[in-house]
Design a protein around this ligand. Structure first.
Ligand code: LRH
Ligand code: MN
Length: 424
């Protein structure tokens, strides 16, 4: 659904006075505000192709209607998000859920919405109808070389699909592991997985990256063969310079200090990217910043500090992607909220007075260090994020406009109430 740019301009006009009043606080702080607004305009977050429909659990799935029935309709939905917030300029595909039948046509369709293709994701955690060998006992770790080869071939096929679309990275998340003590030889599983990843690594084009995504548990519940940042770091280091770790915020054990993990991986030059979401218990895939907004801010605080220490370009150096699943909310509304939460955390992290923070740390002035961080976190940067959207041609209030235009009803009108999107 192509959004009429006039609809955005008209809706912004109705909010202009309110927006300018809120922005007025920052106009005195221009020196700080302008660079932050520019960085926000450049900062694009990739939308997962598998999160444009209603998600579910083993206990149930309650479809919301108007879901995309094809890759073309998924691209249209991401295009709509990008038209509204001008910060969702890429889509991350999952193969085989979203095989581009005509890559050139898909590429042109995406370009017509101003969209690029971020990392492509392989899938050896499900058996496909026409698949010869099952992944029940794993894929790249499997005791049977034929199963490992099948999984290696699939990952190489995914790279080829990505190349045809202009993607520059492959994300490998393995559900491999074990459910009971004794089931798996951990050393052999690690070795087989490393060798298999090595086969895939050698098929990477020279300018590509491989993201090794770790996860503490699910669908295996005793061990995961890529179970934590340490094992992912080991794989990425042993594989070579094109391999990096990928941090999915929901893939940690309770109370893990994710911002410290991010700081260390960034410092080692082995942080590749993120799957942003939030969680209270397990891999809940909830809206980013909806449960632990301070943690999201602390993660961006380490990112800004670590990227600046390495002279990295904030917008292009890492893979900024969302990975969420929407059981009770409109997927597009949820994604608009996730992008907003990520932009807010980034903007607040850019506000941190780093020199004063280091001085407080060097003086072991704990309270002062806390005050400096919390001052940034408690600063309302929403007018800056809204202004970045307005300048980029987006809506000052994307969610309000989405509802004002009754988009979901229009999509249900076009696609029907019972359509099911491929994905989780
Ligand atoms: C695994 C995961 C992975 C995807 C899948 C859809 O939990 O986070 O990134 O492949 O979700
Ligand atoms: Mn993920």
């Amino acid at each position: 659904m192509q959004l009429d740019p006039n609809a955005i301009a008209d809706f912004n006009q109705r909010q202009e006075e309110n927006h300018q009043r809120k922005l007025s606080y920052w106009t005195q702080e221009v020196a700080t505000a302008e660079p932050i607004i520019q960085k926000l305009i450049d900062f694009q977050i990739a939308i997962p192709s598998w999160a444009l429909g209603t998600g579910g659990t083993r206990f149930g799935r309650f479809a919301g209607g108007g879901e995309p029935r094809s890759l073309e309709e998924k691209i249209a939905d991401v295009g709509l998000l990008h038209a509204l917030n001008r910060a969702s300029g890429a889509i991350s595909l999952h193969i085989p859920w979203d095989i581009p039948t005509d890559a050139e046509a898909i590429k042109q369709l995406a370009a017509s919405y101003g969209l690029a293709f971020d990392a492509v994701n392989s899938n050896t955690f499900q058996d496909q109808p026409d698949q010869a060998l099952t992944y029940k006992f794993g894929s790249l770790q499997h005791v049977d070389a034929a199963v490992r080869q099948q999984a290696i071939d699939h990952n190489i096929e995914v790279i080829r699909h990505g190349e045809a679309l202009g993607s520059k990275a492959l994300t490998v998340w393995l559900s491999d592991g074990s459910c009971f003590p004794g089931q798996l030889n951990f050393r052999k599983a690690f070795g087989r997985t490393l060798d298999s990843l090595g086969e895939i690594y050698s098929a990477l084009p020279s300018d590509w990256k491989m993201f090794v995504e770790y996860k503490a548990f699910e669908p295996n519940f005793y061990s995961m063969t890529v179970g934590d940042w340490g094992s992912s770091f080991l794989y990425a280091t042993k594989l070579g310079p094109k391999a990096y770790t990928l941090v999915d915020l929901g893939h940690h054990l309770p109370n893990a200090n994710i911002e410290q993990i991010v700081a260390i991986l960034l410092n080692e030059g082995k942080l590749g990217g993120f799957h942003f979401n939030d969680s209270k218990y397990g891999d809940d895939d909830l809206t980013a910043g909806s449960i632990k907004p301070y943690q999201l801010f602390l993660i961006f605080n380490e990112l800004v500090d670590g990227m600046d220490a390495r002279g990295m370009n904030h917008a292009t150096s890492l893979g900024w992607m969302i990975d969420a699943s929407h059981n009770v909310k409109d997927p597009l509304e949820d994604l608009l909220q996730s992008v907003e939460a990520i932009q807010l955390a980034y903007a607040q992290a850019l506000l941190v007075d780093r020199q004063a923070l280091e001085e407080a740390r060097e003086a072991n002035d704990v309270a002062q260090a806390q005050e400096i961080l919390q001052d940034a976190f408690r600063t309302d940067v929403r007018p800056l994020v809204a202004e970045a959207r307005r300048r980029a041609g987006g809506a000052v209030q994307p969610l309000a406009l989405y509802r004002h235009l009754n988009v979901r009803q229009q999509l249900i009108g076009e696609r029907g109430a019972k359509t099911i999107a491929t994905g989780l």
